[in-house]
Design a protein around this ligand. Structure first.
Ligand SMILES: NC(=O)c1ccc[n+]([C@@H]2O[C@H](COP(=O)([O-])OP(=O)(O)OC[C@H]3O[C@@H](n4cnc5c(N)ncnc54)[C@H](O)[C@@H]3O)[C@@H](O)[C@H]2O)c1
Length: 385
């Protein structure tokens, strides 16, 4: 019989529901127990999903559990993931890998030493949208990419998250740690690893108001810059201008545009799995629409309007695909796509963006990673229900 991996969830907050929903889509894991530093949150989660709740330490030591799913806040990713590895468990964390490079490096080192798998969101680049863009780029449909633009900009998480404080903290806050992983991972998937970064930043307001939940109206201090403009040079020579901001009311720019020798491409939202790839090969021509709504990880499965400026009302959300692909890779003894090397490289770019803006200097990226391989239909079929 096909082994179903037993998953222990740490961090029963906002995003946990999305991972429980992943049970509907993927065939190789089951979340069987949960834990949280907030015992009430763990109890509530256990009741809703009819699973066991435990303390974090009990969960880590539980022999039944094969893998730890770490959905805590970014600041806690390191401490939870290192604990999992020390307890001889594979671990898959939400983005980012850690909030500083030193912690990221020690996670990868320990996972290697213990021969355990370490995986990390985002897994959205495994979706139909980014994979279609990858397929077209690798077929050289618009030649080599010379440069491009990318943007994520909206008014900030305080409008829809009941506990937005960490997103404005000094070390763990800001749009680069929050949304950078989606854009940077998608770009590395399309262009390969990055070479260097030059950045500038600003802070718009010193105070924000929580817009939802029991703390609605509470004023919180903004302790980090909330807008970053970066120029990233990739090893293949492509230069991307990336804007990440919590200070924009509305805009009409595309998430990612790539300009090649023989045409231009619009890449769909890297925060989601689906969307259309648009392509123009002649000045002023209509944009050819490569739809992904019939692709395996591109079909629309949510129909709620989000308040985010850049999100469409209907979307494809298959978060958990990276975890399922990691489990499949453990079984087949191959390297998974959302791997430690990739997430460490993305963390290195995040760190370089912060350092460059702070010191007004171009920063060379020290880590390297392989460009992930195209996610084939056959491989997707082996993890979906
Ligand atoms: N909310 C979203 O829309 C969204 C989407 C994609 C990814 N993410 C990512 O998912 C992660 C969690 O986000 P969220 O929105 O669910 O946050 P949240 O604040 O709603 O939930 C986090 C939970 O982790 C618990 N926690 C914190 N530190 C802990 C520790 N040391 N040990 C055990 N539990 C701990 C908290 O008590 C809380 O219940 C973040 O990394 C975020 O970037 C969130």
């Amino acid at each position: 019989m096909k082994k179903i991996f037993k998953v222990g969830l740490v961090g029963c907050g906002n995003i946990a529901e999305t991972y429980f929903r992943a049970h509907r889509y993927f065939n190789n894991f089951k979340i069987v127990a949960c834990a949280d530093i907030d015992i009430q949150a763990a109890k509530k989660c256990a009741k809703i999903y009819k699973i066991k709740f435990m303390s974090v330490n009990e969960l880590m030591r539980n022999q039944e559990i094969d893998i730890i799913l770490n959905l805590t806040i970014p600041k806690a990713h390191y401490s939870v993931a290192i604990k999992a590895l020390r307890n001889d468990k594979h671990v898959y964390s939400e983005k980012p890998l850690a909030i500083n490079l030193k912690d990221g490096l020690s996670l990868i080192k320990l996972a290697k030493k213990k021969k355990l798998s370490i995986g990390n969101a985002p897994d959205t680049f495994l979706g139909g949208g980014n994979q279609k863009a990858k397929e077209l780029l690798e077929k050289k449909v618009i030649g080599n990419i010379k440069f491009g633009n990318a943007i994520f900009a909206y008014p900030g998480i305080q409008s829809y998250h009941p506990n937005p404080e960490p997103w404005f903290e000094k070390k763990e806050g800001g749009p680069v740690i929050d949304m950078g992983p989606y854009y940077l991972t998608a770009l590395v998937n399309l262009l390969g690893p990055a070479k260097n970064v030059l950045s500038q930043c600003l802070k718009n307001t010193a105070i924000r108001k929580i817009g939802i939940g029991p703390k609605k109206g509470k004023r919180i201090k903004v302790k980090c810059p909330t807008t970053y403009f970066s120029t990233i040079k990739f090893k293949n020579g492509t230069i991307i201008r990336l804007t990440l901001s919590f200070d924009v009311i509305s805009h009409l720019r595309n998430h990612i545009e790539l300009y090649g020798e023989e045409g231009s491409m619009v890449v769909p939202d890297p925060n989601m799995f689906g969307g259309s790839v648009l392509l123009s090969k002649k000045m002023g021509s209509d944009w050819k629409n490569y739809k992904t709504n019939k692709a395996l990880l591109g079909k629309i499965n949510i129909r709620t309007q989000s308040s985010r400026a850049n999100e469409s009302p209907t979307n494809a959300n298959y978060r958990g695909a990276g975890l399922a692909e990691m489990i499949d890779s453990i079984k087949k003894r191959k390297i998974h796509r959302c791997n430690g090397e990739l997430s460490l490289h993305v963390l290195n770019i995040i760190d370089a963006i912060h350092k460059s803006a702070k010191n007004n200097k171009r920063i060379e990226i020290k880590t390297n990673c392989k460009k992930p391989k195209f996610f084939s239909k056959k491989e997707i079929n082996s993890i979906i229900k």
